[in-house]
Design a protein around this ligand. Structure first.
Ligand SMILES: [Zn+2]
Length: 169
């Protein structure tokens, strides 16, 4: 049977997303990809149609969760509706026979990858550290609102998890 280390050694990169959970659906707003060669984070247009009953939830995410404004201000290459295609391209580009897996630690992203039937390693199963255990607390430049109590930056989480994987193997 494959050991934990065997599995971790087959990880090509870590990906993570942040966004908005509204009415049982997830809308991506930040996508990050990290390995030894790539360390990138992307604005994603969440393509949310505003309704009166979504305003409070959107404001809550902005003020309390991640501080990402609803409408990305610049460099928007990816939309929520093209996220699957983009992640498929990344998977094709970065994975190989030796390293066939993306790694994630994010139940919303894991559900999407399940739905799209994209192979991944779920770091929840490997006792990977949670966001609150990371010692660094910076947020990347995409976050307009950087209150000290907010911890959700997809780039910081991806980098921290990639470092953790490399310390384990
Ligand atoms: Zn970020």
């Amino acid at each position: 049977m494959e050991s934990i280390n065997d599995k971790l050694e087959k990880i090509a990169c870590v990906i993570d997303i942040q966004g908005y959970s509204l009415h049982g659906k997830f809308y991506a707003r930040e996508l990050s990809i990290v390995n030894d060669e790539i360390c990138s984070t992307f604005n994603v247009d969440p393509e949310i149609s505003l309704t009166d009953d979504s305003l409070n939830a959107i404001y809550y995410h902005y003020q309390r969760i991640h501080g990402l404004g609803l409408h990305p201000l610049k460099n928007v290459f990816i939309k929520n509706s093209t996220l699957e295609m983009f992640i498929r391209v990344i998977t094709d580009m970065l994975t190989s026979e030796d390293k066939p897996y993306l790694a994630v630690k994010n139940h919303q992203l894991a559900s999407l990858l399940d739905e799209w039937q994209i192979k991944y390693v779920n770091l929840e199963s490997f006792e990977a550290p949670s966001v609150s255990q990371f010692t660094c607390r910076w947020m990347c430049d995409l976050h307009e609102n950087k209150r000290p109590q907010m911890r959700r930056c997809a780039l910081r989480k991806s980098i921290s998890l990639w470092i953790w994987i490399n310390q384990k193997i």
